[in-house]
Ligand binder design. Sequence first.
Ligand SMILES: Cc1cc2nc3c(=O)[nH]c(=O)nc-3n(C[C@H](O)[C@H](O)[C@H](O)COP(=O)(O)OP(=O)(O)OC[C@H]3O[C@@H](n4cnc5c(N)ncnc54)[C@H](O)[C@@H]3O)c2cc1C
Length: 295
Amino acid sequence: MYMSIGRSIKERFEQGKPLFSVEFFPPKDDAGGERMLKTASQIQPHQPDFVSITYGAGGGTRATTMRYARLLKEEHGFEVMPHLTCVGHTRDDLLEILEEFAQAGFRNVMALRGDPPKGETTFKPVPGGLSYGSDLVALIRENFPDFGIGVGGYPEKHPEAKDMDSDLDHLKIKVDAGADFITTQLFFDNPVYFDFVSRCRNHGIEIPVLPGLLPVLSIGQVRRFCTMCEAGLPSALEQSLEAASDDEQPVVGADWALHQTKELLAGGAPGYHLYALNKSASTLRILEGLQANRG
Ligand SMILES: Cc1cc2nc3c(=O)[nH]c(=O)nc-3n(C[C@H](O)[C@H](O)[C@H](O)COP(=O)(O)OP(=O)(O)OC[C@H]3O[C@@H](n4cnc5c(N)ncnc54)[C@H](O)[C@@H]3O)c2cc1C
């Protein structure tokens, strides 16, 4: 079933209707791939405005990201935005990958620097590679001017940044290089998002800021993620997860994300992006909860 969706993500934002998107990651093996595609078909009736698929550390998922991005587009008719990072790639590699994206009919890309390899604290580009997300945005804008470009934003500061102000100065460079919208790192406390958006506006960053939400699956998972991303874990969420059984924890996590989403939309967020982690139950609970709210 192929359904062509003829609008770029930028144009969807311009329609002013809140949009929603779902993020997948490239599966490790065929069994994981089947699970991911099953999740995609369960989400499909809710018609996300777009889905994205991440690009693994070190460029090692180049082929898998491409394969599953195509399947999501061709079998499910999704508007697919593949991610791309600078890690391990020269400028020429990146141009070649972008050409593959264009040939496959993708018209949007999430442009990222990527993380330093495990054990290293600073990012070093390969010879002939790019140093920052903004360099990749500029490369795309120059060579593929029609691509829609998403970039990452960090409401609680990127872990490597000295302070929030310098991080926002760098975000402004990335936006001025040609980004169309920002998707945020996960956060669990909505005032953090609203404060980030107003700081962006004060820095002259005017593009949409799409909040990224993680429906938590377990207390162990959220503690790990929060440590990695240096995101705050509200004590109310932590206590609810601690009090819940293993089976109930994903429900607590989904309900927290549902509540966050309702409040974000009511407060004027341009939509919401769900870090679904290739699983459907929590995402469906949130989508159905939002539908019940509307109906
Ligand atoms: C929505 C989203 C999706 C993601 N998807 C993926 C994925 O698919 N694959 C993956 O590997 N990772 C992914 N990440 C993680 C991301 O790669 C890391 O957070 C990475 O460390 C930063 O990438 P960036 O493009 O945001 O970096 P940049 O915007 O380049 O910023 C990185 C750091 O450099 C600083 N900086 C930026 N420009 C300058 C400058 N000109 N001078 C000095 N300092 C500067 C910034 O303040 C920041 O501290 C994602 C993150 C988000 C928020």
